[in-house]
Write a protein that binds this ligand. Sequence first.
Ligand code: IMP
Ligand code: MG
Length: 178
Amino acid sequence: MDNNIKYVMYGAEEIERKVKEIARQISHDYQGKEVLLVCVLKGSIIFTADLLRYISVPVKMDTIAVSSYGNATESSGVVRLLKDLDEAIKDVHVLIVEDIIDSGLTLEYLINMLKQRQPASVKVCALLDKRERRKNNIIADYTGFIIPNEFVIGYGMDYNEDYRQLPYIGVLKPEVYQ
Ligand code: IMP
Ligand code: MG
């Protein structure tokens, strides 16, 4: 499996340092409040689980799943809700947790949908940001790393459902998906 990895972009320790740093910022900014982490399935599960453990203010978690039509490595922008949140979010401080923002179209859909439910606030936390690929002006409130336009896998992120278990974030050899 490692034969398909072009290079390791961020190792496990570097990721851990960054996740702790983001959790510190969140704990500082939500002082005196309770925050609901909305894990966008499935790519964000590991990031959400780690973030959750480092946040020191009261925190809850819910999950949502969307699929965007497109091919394996590129989204079309047409988003479909696969699984809604379990609980209502009226007057709740919502923090959407994403593994990676690419075109930004998935997040735009999610933010618009969740804002209609009258939450106290909606913010976004993304571990990775392929900013040069953005098709709108969505910017996360908390960003781990801004990365170049390469297809990454590991730390929860997949290619055709594989590679999620890798402890690092790696770049897949293009011949794997071309
Ligand atoms: P967007 O709607 O184009 O911003 O797509 C965002 C979603 O596409 C992310 O939440 C990921 O699930 C997936 N995605 C985008 N780029 C990558 C990548 O490089 N590796 C794995 N998944 C990705
Ligand atoms: Mg995702």
